[in-house]
Design a protein around this ligand. Structure first.
Ligand code: BEZ
Ligand code: FE
Length: 275
């Protein structure tokens, strides 16, 4: 391996994978290195520009810890999380569409009664109700809705020392007729974290960091594919410019005024595991 040139370098680097015994890794690395070399050939970065890229990734890594995942934020804001999601969640017609999980989901939220209030004493609240059904239209009893959202200050409980653990989170199980209901706060739009390299990058490319108001759900039931999704608010100013590209029209719901608060409804549709 001598006399490497601009012309033969890519070919020689790809050939260096010849002894990789994991076929998937070999395919992935062949594709990654081919695209990366093609990118460099197209962009022709100066050494300073290449180092700026390396510094950006280094800063992204330094921003990560147990509670903060800047690389997920990067993947989200570059649309890669939603692309991976789309590829892995091709749905049969009628099944609830998925959306990005986001970095603020915490497993282990307490299971609460169907009808529970996730925000006792706080308002303005919204009574959310609906059914969980199978793609064949049958109600699914005992389906689990794992729910989380931000407080009115735009922060999830994990981001905010002032909130109790699992504030505005909970698991609710559907009744025998597949129905569910719970009360929560009407969600607000919020900005994804802007204090790290991803936030700075958004500014540099002329983008805002906001997400339209939403409630997160993971809906699951034995024998069905779980769906990770969100319900967005009709009329929200950021529906068409979500910083993480997560909005789908089928997930946009209306909030109707009701007794000084709000009500909203949505049916979730799961597809059988084997479909
Ligand atoms: C979220 O909706 O929680 C979220 C998704 C992607 C990036 C940041 C936050
Ligand atoms: Fe969110």
């Amino acid at each position: 391996m001598r006399n490497l040139t601009e012309d033969n370098l890519t070919e020689i680097v790809l050939a260096s994978l010849a002894n990789c015994t994991d076929p998937r890794l070999k395919d992935v690395m062949t594709s990654l290195l081919s695209h990366l070399h093609a990118f460099v050939r197209e962009v022709e970065p100066t050494p300073e520009e290449w180092f700026a890229g390396i510094r950006f990734l280094t800063e992204t890594g330094h921003m990560c810890d147990d509670r903060r995942q800047e690389f997920i934020l990067l993947s989200d804001t570059w649309g890669v999380s939603m692309l991976v999601d789309a590829i892995n969640n091709r749905k049969t017609a009628g099944a609830t569409e998925s959306s990005v999980l986001g970095p603020f989901y915490v497993e282990g939220a307490p299971e609460r009664d169907n009808g529970a209030d996730l925000a006792p004493g706080e308002g303005p609240g919204v009574a959310v109700r609906g059914h969980v059904r199978s793609t064949d239209g049958k109600p699914i009893a005992g389906a689990l809705l794992d729910i989380w959202q931000t407080a009115p200050n735009g922060l999830y409980h994990v981001q905010d020392g002032a909130q109790e653990e699992y504030h505005l989170c909970g698991k609710v199980r559907t009744a025998a007729d597949g129905s569910y209901r719970f009360r929560t706060l009407k969600p607000v739009p919020y900005a994804i974290p802007t204090d790290g390299p991803v936030g700075k990058w958004l500014g540099r490319v002329g983008r805002h960091p906001n997400r339209p108001a939403h409630i997160h759900f993971i809906v699951s039931a034995p024998g069905f594919k779980p769906v990770v999704t969100q319900l967005f608010t009709e009329g929200d100013e950021y529906l068409d410019s979500d910083a993480v590209f997560g909005v789908k029209q089928s997930l946009v719901i209306d909030y109707q005024p009701a007794s000084g608060e709000w009500r909203a409804s949505h049916d979730f549709v799961l597809e059988p595991d084997a479909a």
